[in-house]
Design a binder for this molecule. Structure first.
Ligand SMILES: NC(=O)c1ccc[n+]([C@@H]2O[C@H](COP(=O)([O-])OP(=O)(O)OC[C@H]3O[C@@H](n4cnc5c(N)ncnc54)[C@H](OP(=O)(O)O)[C@@H]3O)[C@@H](O)[C@H]2O)c1
Length: 270
C-alpha cells in the first residue's frame, strides 16, 4: 500500500495514477478533497484501488486523523511518498505583513511531513519493512537565490531531518530515497513564466522517476547537473551571490505573488 501526499495535482496525482496502474493500493492525501476523489474515482474506474483522504499538513489534527485512518484501514504502509509541497517566490518586503508565507511553506514542506513521518514510521519499523520517498528539490543543492527563502529553507530543513531519521530507520528495514527533483512543468512552476521556456519534465515523466525509486530504492536520485552544483556551490559562493543578486533584481515578482499581496498583479513590479 502506497501513501502519496499532495496527490490532488501535478507529480502527486501522476504518481498515484502510475502506482495504481502497477497494482498498488494507493491512499491519496491533500486538501482539495473533490479533486482527490475525482482522481481516486478515475483510478477505480480503470480497475485500480485508490482511497482519497483529506490531509492538511498545516493542521496537526488533520495529520493525526489521516495517519490513524490509514493504519485502521490498512494496518501498515509499504510506501510513503512525501510529495506535497508549497512553493513561494516573493520579494521579502511583500511578506513583511504576510505571516501566511511562513506558515504555509514551513508546514507543507517541513513541519507537516515531519509529523506524518512520526505518525507512520513506528509501524513501518515494527514490521521491518517500508520505503520512504522524499520529493526534495535540486534547488537545495544550488547557490541560494533571492526571493525563494521560505521555500528553499523549508525544503532543505526537511531534507536534512528526513536523512537523519532515514539513517536511524535503515537498520530496522525502512529505507529512504531522496529525489532532488529538477524543474517540472506543473501548477507550481507555472506562475514563473520564464520557467516554462526552460527544459523540464512533465508530471508523468517525473512520476516514472518516483516509480523507479520504489523499485530500486536508491538513497538519492539527482539530475547529473545537481552533482556539479553541489560541488561548486560552496567554492563559488561569493561570486555566485553577486551574480544572482544582479539577475534577481531585474526579475521582479510573479503576477501570482503580487496578486496575493495587493489584489492587482503587475508583471514589472519588484
Ligand atoms: N514543479 C517543480 O518544478 C518542482 C521542482 C522540484 C521539486 N518539486 C517538488 O515536487 C513536489 C510536487 O510539486 P508539483 O510541482 O507537483 O506541485 P503542485 O502541482 O502544486 O502540487 C502540490 C501538491 O501539494 C499539495 N499541498 C500543498 N500544500 C498542502 C498542505 N498544506 N497539505 C496537504 N497537501 C498540500 C497540493 O494539494 P492541495 O492544494 O489540494 O492541498 C498539491 O496536490 C513538491 O514537493 C515540490 O516542492 C517541484
Amino acid at each position: 500500500m502506497a501513501v502519496v501526499t499532495g496527490a490532488s495535482h501535478g507529480l502527486g496525482a501522476e504518481t498515484a495514477r502510475m502506482l495504481a496502474a502497477a497494482g498498488a493500493t494507493v491512499v491519496l492525501g491533500a486538501r482539495s478533497v473533490d479533486q482527490l476523489e475525482a482522481i481516486a474515482a478515475e483510478i477505480t474506474a480503470a480497475g485500480g484501488k485508490a482511497v482519497a483522504i483529506r490531509l492538511d499538513l498545516a493542521e496537526p489534527e488533520s495529520i493525526s486523523a489521516f495517519a490513524e485512518e490509514i493504519l485502521a484501514c490498512f494496518d501498515h504502509v509499504d510506501y510513503l511518498i512525501h510529495n506535497a509541497g508549497k512553493s513561494l517566490r516573493r520579494s521579502i518586503h511583500l511578506s513583511y505583513d504576510r505571516p501566511k508565507d511562513l506558515t504555509a511553506t514551513s508546514t507543507a514542506n517541513y513541519l507537516g511531513p515531519i509529523r506524518l513521518t512520526l505518525a507512520l514510521l513506528p509501524s513501518m519499523r515494527a514490521r521491518h519493512s517500508g520505503h520512504i520517498v522524499n520529493i526534495s528539490t535540486v534547488g537545495v543543492l544550488f547557490p541560494v537565490v533571492p526571493k525563494w527563502g521560505f521555500y528553499l529553507s523549508s525544503k532543505a530543513a526537511f531534507d536534512v531531518w528526513m536523512r537523519a531519521v532515514g539513517m536511524e530507520a535503515r537498520p530496522d528495514g525502512v529505507t529512504l530515497t531522496t529525489i532532488y527533483a529538477g524543474l517540472m512543468h506543473t501548477r507550481m512552476s507555472a506562475p514563473s513564466r520564464w520557467m516554462s521556456a526552460l527544459p523540464g519534465q512533465s508530471p508523468a515523466e517525473a512520476a516514472t522517476g518516483v516509480a523507479r525509486a520504489l523499485i530500486t530504492k536508491p538513497r538519492i536520485m539527482i539530475p547529473a547537473y545537481g552533482y556539479a552544483t553541489a560541488v561548486l556551490t560552496p567554492i563559488l559562493r561569493v561570486p555566485m551571490e553577486i551574480a544572482t543578486t544582479a539577475v534577481y533584481q531585474r526579475l521582479g515578482d510573479t503576477d501570482a505573488a503580487l496578486r496575493a499581496v495587493d489584489g492587482k498583479g503587475t508583471s514589472d513590479a519588484r
